[in-house]
Design a protein around this ligand. Structure first.
Ligand SMILES: [Zn+2]
Length: 95
């Protein structure tokens, strides 16, 4: 993940800007703000934009542990990160 310079991150890993934007570090609220989650340190973890957006793209965001298990299962099957990203990249710590 990157947080400050998408251009250097993209160059370092041979990604397009569009690909690199999916790996921007975001603050993932374990309990979404829409459900009363706060901005406290116990409610926020680092997650790449891809994982963060995927979780909240659902009508109801899955519980963190359930989502973690889902992502880990997809990773084991080689079906998590977008196919457009190089296979050598690893998902973020959320997984
Ligand atoms: Zn991620």
């Amino acid at each position: 993940m990157w947080s400050n310079n998408v251009v250097s991150f993209a160059a370092k890993y041979g990604l397009s800007r569009r690909q690199a934007l999916q790996l921007q570090c975001t603050a993932e609220h374990l309990i979404p703000r829409s459900m009363g989650g706060t901005a406290s340190s116990v409610n926020i973890v680092a997650a790449c934009a891809f994982c963060n957006h995927k979780r909240h793209a659902r009508l109801t965001a899955p519980e963190p542990e359930a989502y973690k298990q889902f992502v880990q299962q997809r990773i084991r099957r080689g079906r998590w990160l977008p196919a457009s990203l190089p296979g050598t990249l690893r998902p973020c710590n959320l997984a």
